[in-house]
Design a protein around this ligand. Structure first.
Ligand code: ACO
Length: 323
């Protein structure tokens, strides 16, 4: 059975770091409120003229280097983003050209904060079906471009960044002892779309729009749905929460992460946390966290790693893989 094994990770964060205190001068908020309600302390914002594709290319270059590959070794690029450079072409094609890749195919996936989980699952499908042997999967966002800077309930939460993972086909036995992606679980419920959406778009308004969110309702759905999808993905792989070495959750809110880990009966020392320094970077948050933890040498070959995310749609899901 073909398995998708992680060969390299990479990430990029824009230079500009914005501390919580920055918002105190422009909004009725405090560093203490943001820290205690979200766990966020700072985030990065892209510079003027710095685009989602620029962040993605920087993350991809690091992943290629760590995998010991060059762009020509890749068959496909999948970019998860809700903040593309342009309406079209896909940001992935801009990344493809930026990396100097003359072959293969490239496209975007849009599942908001769950985008990277959907993209990983999709790339795994490309590999399992034999359409590709090596896939570069990127989550890249510039959410600072869709913030309403007068809305204290949203603009303090998000940041910009990109993370990348290279998957390669390897023959496995078809058991949970295999390395690579062992199972994926994807879900959407379009009836919940009003909880978290952008109020502009090509077809409806001809504008880009701003992010709108009913945070407390999103919060409630998040803990319940994330724990449920993590349980389902483990069941599919024939594993239990006790088998997990690392949980790499979507980094939206520390309270959501802690609540989900508690529901899964997972100690916090098995949870990768980057939310304090990155804020919520939507589809970039999981590959950023994966790459940061990889850089710190956290993952050992054979470790069971679970990722899970939820976002606008609502869409949510999880992936379990063996490092
Ligand atoms: N500073 C000070 N006060 C604030 C701020 C702020 N930045 N933002 C909201 N408040 C106020 C509200 O106006 C409200 O005041 P009121 O009682 O006078 O009306 C009060 O704080 C409580 O508001 P709630 O929304 O109930 O606060 P809550 O404890 O739920 O925290 C938060 C808000 C942090 C947004 C939380 O609901 C949350 O994190 N939800 C998840 C949202 C999320 O992470 N979305 C990202 C995309 S989806 C995902 O990634 C999971």
């Amino acid at each position: 059975m073909r398995r998708s094994v992680v060969r390299g990770t990479g990430h990029y964060l824009p230079e500009r770091v914005v501390e919580n205190s920055y918002f105190e001068s422009m909004l009725d908020t405090t560093d203490e409120w943001i820290r205690s309600r979200t766990g966020i302390e700072r985030r990065h914002f892209a510079a003027e003229g710095e685009f989602t594709s620029d962040l993605a290319i920087a993350a991809a270059r690091q992943a290629l280097e760590r995998a010991g590959m060059v762009a020509e070794d890749l068959d496909a690029i999948v970019v998860a983003t809700s903040t593309p450079d342009l309406t079209f072409p896909a940001t992935a094609t801009i990344v493809q050209a930026g990396l100097g890749m003359q072959r293969g195919f490239a496209y975007d996936i849009q599942a908001v904060c769950a985008g990277f989980v959907f993209a990983l699952s999709n790339a795994d499908g490309l590999i399992k079906s034999g359409q590709a042997d090596r896939v570069l999967v990127i989550g890249a966002e510039t959410f600072s471009r869709i913030m309403d800077w007068t809305d204290r309930g949203t603009c303090v939460l998000f940041g910009d960044g990109a993370g990348a993972v290279i998957l390669e086909a390897v023959e496995g036995e078809g058991t949970s002892d295999d390395r690579g992606i062992l199972a994926t679980d994807l879900n959407s419920d379009g009836n919940l779309r009003e909880l978290l959406y952008v109020d502009g778009g090509v077809s409806r308004t001809g504008t880009v729009g701003f992010l709108r969110m009913q945070g407390n309702l999103v919060f409630r759905h998040a803990v319940e749905k994330l724990a449920a999808t993590a349980k389902r993905v483990l069941d599919k792989a024939g594993l239990t929460p006790g088998d997990i070495d690392w949980l790499v959750p979507h980094q939206a809110n520390l309270r959501i992460i802690v609540g989900t880990a508690q529901k899964m009966q997972l100690p916090m020392d098995k949870v990768v946390l980057t939310v304090a320094d990155h804020g919520n970077t939507s589809a970039a948050s999981i590959p950023l966290a994966l790459s940061v933890a990889d850089t710190q040498g956290k993952f050992k070959p054979g470790d069971v790693v679970v990722t899970e995310a939820i976002g606008g749609g609502m869409s949510w899901g999880s992936v379990v893989l063996r490092w």
